[in-house]
Design a binder for this molecule. Structure first.
Ligand code: GLN
Length: 295
């Protein structure tokens, strides 16, 4: 602590780190993010590069520690979010660890979809987040439906511990009940009662996983990614089982990947219990969600 470096030294380091990111296909925005989180540098100083004029820059942690951690990021390809132990999702700072999928920005939209799916967001309905992981979706639902009761389910005890801690941090612990089990297993008592089911299940076809960037393929939990041969194993299960738990008119919302929209809509259609089936794109224009209502 109390260590400083010169503006010139920092400029050189940023230039080198940017080049390393470019060579490895890592987003260069990580360099600024890293310095904000660990170096104690603020966003504006980095953006406007006013640090260049500073002869000495005070750092949050010793420079040697900082550069070592960066080297670890690059050589192990461990996601920065895991190194920091946190990420940002909607307006939440969330604790994450290698036992949970890092919540993605594209998933943020699932909360807005849930809100626009119901007529009165203040209703005191019951919502579930199946495969809650870090608890991100459960927290988003609790925050957007202030009168609702939220249930989050996961088979991973490690994930549940993180999810509970995140709910605690954001003052939502009394609004969300977390359960250990596979999909609906711990929710038998809710049959026919749910206003909505929301899930970001594993949906990546097994043979694609090894081809993904090393941050995902080597460090994120396979349990949260692997959707079997065609990627649709978990989604198929949710299509088949949700009608027992949703109330009439209850909403079914699932995330998937581009190219799966027609397949998922077809499964819902064939099941026969759903109406108003719709494929919704993410902000990048890729099919990302499917929404349907129990008849
Ligand atoms: N969207 C994640 C990814 O691209 C996958 C998440 C999932 O399978 N639910 O890595």
């Amino acid at each position: 602590m109390g260590e400083t470096i010169s503006g010139w030294q920092l400029e050189q380091w940023i230039e080198q780190a940017d080049a390393e990111c470019a060579a490895l296909g890592i987003s260069p925005s990580e360099v600024h993010w890293f310095l904000q989180e660990l170096g104690g540098l603020d966003r504006l100083t980095l953006r406007l590069q006013t640090f260049k004029q500073q002869p000495t820059i005070p750092l949050g942690v010793p420079w040697s520690e900082l550069t070592q951690l960066w080297q670890r990021r690059l050589s192990s390809r461990i996601p920065l979010q895991y190194l920091l132990g946190r990420t940002y999702w909607r307006h939440f700072a969330l604790k994450v660890c290698p036992g949970v999928l890092i919540p993605r920005p594209e998933t943020e939209l699932i909360i807005d979809l849930a809100v626009s799916a119901v007529e009165n967001p203040d209703n005191n309905g019951i919502w579930v987040d199946l495969g809650t992981g870090s608890g991100a979706i459960a927290l988003g639902l609790a925050d957007s439906f202030p009168m609702a009761k939220i249930h989050g389910v996961d088979t991973s005890l490690e994930a549940l511990a993180i999810a509970k801690s995140n709910a605690q941090t954001h003052g939502l612990a009394d609004r969300i009940q977390f359960h250990h089990g596979s999909w609906w297993e711990p929710l038998e008592f809710l049959q026919g009662q749910l206003t909505g089911m929301v899930s970001n299940p594993p949906y990546i076809p097994s043979d694609i996983i090894p081809t993904l960037q090393p941050e995902v393929a080597q460090h994120e939990p396979t349990l949260a990614l692997d959707g079997g041969n065609d990627g649709l194993d978990s989604i198929r299960h949710l299509v088949e089982t949700a009608p027992r738990y949703l109330r009439p008119g209850g909403v079914w919302i699932v995330e998937m990947m581009a190219g799966q929209g027609e397949g998922v809509a077809g499964l819902l259609e064939a099941q026969g219990s759903y109406s108003r089936i719709k494929i919704i794109p993410d902000l990048a224009g890729f099919d990302r969600f499917v929404i349907a209502y129990l008849k």
